[in-house]
Design a protein around this ligand. Structure first.
Ligand SMILES: *Cc1c(COP(=O)(O)O)cnc(C)c1O
Length: 411
């Protein structure tokens, strides 16, 4: 079977000619690997023994009481590394090794994908070079240290706005010079073909496990699945196995920053228009002249101006819908889940929790809602506490009567 690089009018492969052979080779290697029992067995072994799969599907009493239906959390926060990113990096690193590459290269924004790549490189004995905007290097020192501890080299990118999109451009440039021995570990379901398909396939285990677990625990498929969307990999991962099951609603949640009426947010599918960035066509935050806008969100992991092309297509077809949550709503959900369930969610994942809580009233008591808890929030502590303490951003309750246990002030 051939991977298709197109999702309706979206996707494709718009890169320097110098990279076409590498991307063609990558596609062939993946098609070969995914049909190879030995590759699948090794990946499966590492995912279970090293990374801790399967992750639990947890029936949350507090969210169920709060929302008024049966709510489950898919616990990617419990995966080694603290987020779903490990599923992708370990698999791409294994593919790199199979292709005879000796060096992994990666872009990173807040540093989470860089750390996940560095971990995989350490495990498999591959050299790792991570490109990071200079601005991010300065504000994400703990992640820079983590990458260095795992043996990676962190390259500070001074070009442009010195943030994620510049780091991606720099990684692509470095890759053109070193294609013979470098493997580009792309961090989400965006970028040139075949990355959107490869990353989706490496993340789809989230949805496959969810299907089995929810059938065993709830005796039925979910009414709806909700997941936060930055580039879109954790959402595509949990959606993929359900796309052909039309009864299951798929809901992506984008960051609205301070609110959708402001310029600075990351609600690409809600507020963007089709355009081309980083090698493929998708919705994109851009100004009148087509300049790529910088995304802003309280969660650095959602600060990506683009979104995966498959999401753009799912949206246009009406197969998935996309909502948004503001910084304040995400912070409120973050604090609420800590108190209500003893679970510290990532700020990214808190957007999905916020949208789930705001959806109360939409469901019947026997409906089943699955929310993807994409990662844990330890990395966000300092940032979240500062925002929660600031008078300008009070943690406000959205909507009606939360359970008594959860209604205590989170401050
Ligand atoms: C990186 C990250 C995201 C955003 O990336 P996607 O590709 O949209 O999944 C979401 N949640 C967590 C915890 C992350 O680390």
């Amino acid at each position: 079977m051939q991977l298709t690089g197109k999702f309706g009018p979206y996707g494709g492969c718009f890169v320097s000619e110098l990279l076409i052979p590498a991307l063609t080779e990558l596609e062939a290697a993946w098609l070969d690997a995914r049909d190879d029992d030995a590759f699948r067995a090794e990946l499966s072994h590492l995912l279970s023994q090293w990374a801790g799969r399967p992750t639990p599907l947890y029936a949350s009493p507090a969210l169920s009481a709060d929302i008024g239906c049966r709510v489950f959390l898919k616990r990617e926060d419990l995966l080694h590394g603290g987020a779903h990113k490990t599923n992708n990096t370990i698999a791409q690193a294994l593919l790199a090794k199979r292709m005879g590459r000796t060096r992994l290269i990666a872009e990173t924004g807040a540093g989470q994908h860089g750390v996940a790549t560095a971990m995989a490189g350490a495990l498999l004995g591959l050299q790792v070079k991570v490109f990071m905007g200079a601005k991010d290097v300065a504000r994400q020192q703990p992640n820079v240290r983590r990458m260095e501890l795992f043996g990676a080299e962190v390259v500070s990118v001074e070009a442009g706005s010195r943030s994620l999109k510049d780091a991606i451009n720099e990684t692509l440039r470095y890759w053109t010079e070193t294609v013979a021995d470098s493997f580009y570990v792309f961090g989400t379901v965006a970028g040139p073909h075949p990355y959107p398909s490869i990353v989706r396939d490496f993340q789809r285990i989230i949805g496959e496990e969810t299907r089995t677990q929810v059938l065993a625990q709830a005796g039925r498929l979910p009414t709806a699945i909700m997941a936060c969307v930055g580039g879109g990999s954790n959402a595509m991962g949990i959606f993929a196995d359900f796309v052909d099951t039309p009864d299951v609603l798929l809901i992506g949640v984008e960051p609205a920053g301070h609110g959708l009426d402001t310029d600075a947010h990351g609600a690409t599918l809600t507020k963007g228009r089709p355009g081309c960035v980083h090698g493929s066509i998708s919705y994109l935050l851009q100004d009148e002249a087509g300049q790529v806008l910088e995304a802003h969100s309280i969660s650095a992991g959602l600060d990506y101006p683009g979104v995966g092309p498959e999401h753009a297509w799912l949206k246009d077809q009406g197969r998935a819908t996309y909502e948004s949550a503001t910084d304040a709503e995400a912070l409120s959900a973050f604090a609420w889940l800590c108190r209500a369930e003893g679970i510290l969610p990532a700020l990214e994942s808190s957007h999905a929790i916020a949208a789930a809580r705001a959806s109360r009233g939409r469901w019947q008591a026997d409906d089943v809602l699955v929310v993807n808890l994409s990662g844990r929030g330890d990395k966000d502590l300092a940032h979240a506490m500062a925002a929660l303490d600031a008078d300008t951003l009070p943690p406000k309750e959205t909507g009606a009567s939360p359970s008594q246990r959860a209604s205590r002030s989170p401050s």
